[in-house]
Design a protein around this ligand. Structure first.
Ligand code: ADP
Ligand code: MG
Length: 362
C-alpha cells in the first residue's frame, strides 16, 4: 500500500504553547484514519497543518510522494490534493446547493461536461435529489452536512480531511449519519483523515485510530488493537477501562504483581523489566462475582459492596477492595451494602502498567 500522506516529525507551537509534539505517521491509499482525543489536544491543528491552512514549525509533509512542506518550501492549500469538511458545514449561504458544489470545480477549471457528470453522481450518492436549487438555509442540518461532503468530494481529492463533521447534528441523526458515512467512505475508498472526540464514531469510521493526547501520539492501531491492548493507562481509560487499581510490581521481570495485597496475573503493557508502583486497568464488564466455591481459574479479589445502582438491563455494583480502592462492575441482581464478595478477574483482561507518574507516557 503506497502512502497518500506522510508526516515526519511535524510539530507546531502557538507562542509558548507546544500544541503538537513532533508527530510521524502515514495514511495509505484508501485508508481511513480517525484522530481521536479530547477537546484541546491538537486535533484540528493537526488537520490544518495537513491542509496547509497553518504552517508547520519542524518536520516534513509529503502527499502522493511529493513534499508539500519542509523548511521554506510550502505548497498552499489549493495546490494540495485534498479537500476538507468542517463541523459547521461552512456552506456559502447566498449560493444555491448546486453553486456550492460547483464552486470548487469551477475554481479548478473542471470542464463543463465533467462537472455535470460529477454533480449527478454526487446527487445520487448523497441523496440530494430535488435540493440542488435550494439555499443552504432551506435544508436540515443532516442535508447541509451531506452537501458539505458532496462539495468536498466534487474536486476528487486524493485525501479527504474531516473535522468533527457530525458534531453539530442531534444524537439520533449523528448515529444514522455515522454508519451512512462509514458506508460511503468505504464505497469510495478515498483516503480520509477524520477528527473526532467520540470513540464510537472512530470505531465505526476508522481502519486505524490515532490517539492524540496533549499534542502527542499515545497509540495508533486498529480499533481492536486499541481496545484489546491499550498502550497506556490513558488509552485504556479512553477505551472504557474505567477501573483503575494501584498495584505493586516485584523486582524480577516475571515477578508477582500485587493488587490490594493479593497476587494478580495480567497483561504487562509496560515494556522491559519493571519494579515498584504501577496501575492496573480493567473494564467493569470484565469483573465477575464468584458464585459459590467454583474454581474456574482467573484472579480472585475480596471486596465489600458499597452501593448497587439499577440500570435497567443490569445492576451497577460499586465495591471496595480490602485496601479501600473503589471498583465498578455489572451484575444481574442487587447486592446489599456491606455484603462480602469474591470477585473474579480474568487474567487476559487485566492490563498492567508501570506507574504513569514515573514512566514517560502515562
Ligand atoms: P482540538 O481540535 O483537539 O480541540 P485544537 O487543535 O483546536 O484542539 O487546539 C489545540 C490547542 O492549540 C488549544 O489549546 C488551542 O487554544 C491552541 N490553538 C489552536 N489554534 C490556535 C491559534 N491559531 N492560535 C493560538 N492557539 C491556538
Ligand atoms: Mg477541534
Amino acid at each position: 500500500m503506497s502512502a497518500i500522506l506522510k508526516l515526519k516529525g511535524v510539530s507546531k507551537a502557538y507562542g509558548t504553547q507546544q500544541v503538537l509534539k513532533p508527530i510521524s505517521f502515514e495514511v495509505g491509499e484508501g485508508e481511513r484514519i480517525c484522530i481521536l482525543g479530547p477537546s484541546g489536544c491538537g486535533k484540528s491543528t493537526l488537520l490544518q497543518l495537513v491542509a496547509g491552512l497553518a504552517r508547520i514549525d519542524e518536520g516534513e509533509i509529503e502527499m502522493n510522494g511529493v513534499v508539500v512542506e519542509r523548511g521554506n518550501h510550502y505548497v498552499p492549500p489549493e495546490n494540495r490534493p485534498i479537500n476538507m469538511v468542517f463541523q459547521d458545514y461552512a456552506l456559502w449561504p447566498h449560493m444555491s446547493i448546486r453553486q456550492n458544489i460547483e464552486y470548487g470545480m469551477k475554481r479548478r477549471k473542471v470542464p463543463k461536461g465533467d462537472m455535470e457528470n460529477r454533480l449527478r453522481r454526487l446527487q445520487s450518492l448523497l441523496k440530494l435529489d430535488g435540493l440542488l436549487e435550494r439555499l443552504p438555509a432551506q435544508l436540515s442540518g443532516g442535508q447541509q452536512q451531506r452537501v458539505g461532503i458532496a462539495r468536498a468530494l466534487a474536486t476528487e481529492p486524493r485525501l479527504l480531511l474531516m473535522d468533527e463533521p457530525l458534531s453539530n447534528l442531534d444524537v439520533k441523526l449523528r448515529t444514522d449519519m455515522r454508519s451512512e458515512l462509514a458506508g460511503l467512505l468505504g464505497d469510495l475508498s478515498i483516503a480520509t483523515l477524520y477528527v473526532t472526540h467520540d470513540r464510537m464514531e472512530a470505531f465505526t469510521i476508522a481502519d486505524r485510530i490515532l490517539v492524540l493526547r496533549e499534542g502527542g501520539i499515545d497509540q495508533i492501531g486498529s480499533p481492536s488493537e486499541l481496545f484489546e491492548r491499550p498502550a497506556t493507562p490513558w488509552v485504556a481509560q479512553l477505551m472504557g477501562y474505567h477501573n483503575r487499581l494501584k498495584v505493586r510490581f516485584g523486582d524480577a521481570a516475571d515477578s508477582v504483581v500485587l493488587a490490594a495485597g493479593r497476587p494478580v496475573e495480567g497483561v504487562r503493557m509496560t515494556p522491559g523489566a519493571y519494579a515498584g508502583a504501577g496501575v492496573m486497568m480493567l473494564h467493569p464488564e470484565s469483573i465477575f462475582v464468584c458464585e459459590g466455591s467454583v474454581s474456574d481459574g482467573g484472579n480472585r479479589l475480596e471486596a465489600k459492596a458499597i452501593r448497587a445502582i439499577y440500570e435497567g438491563t443490569r445492576w451497577r455494583l460499586i465495591v471496595e477492595t480490602a485496601d479501600g480502592q473503589p471498583l465498578h462492575l455489572f451484575h444481574d441482581e442487587r447486592v446489599e451494602p456491606d455484603a462480602r464478595l469474591t470477585l473474579r478477574l480474568p487474567a487476559q483482561s487485566v492490563m498492567l502498567y508501570a506507574d504513569p507518574a514515573r514512566s514517560a507516557d502515562g
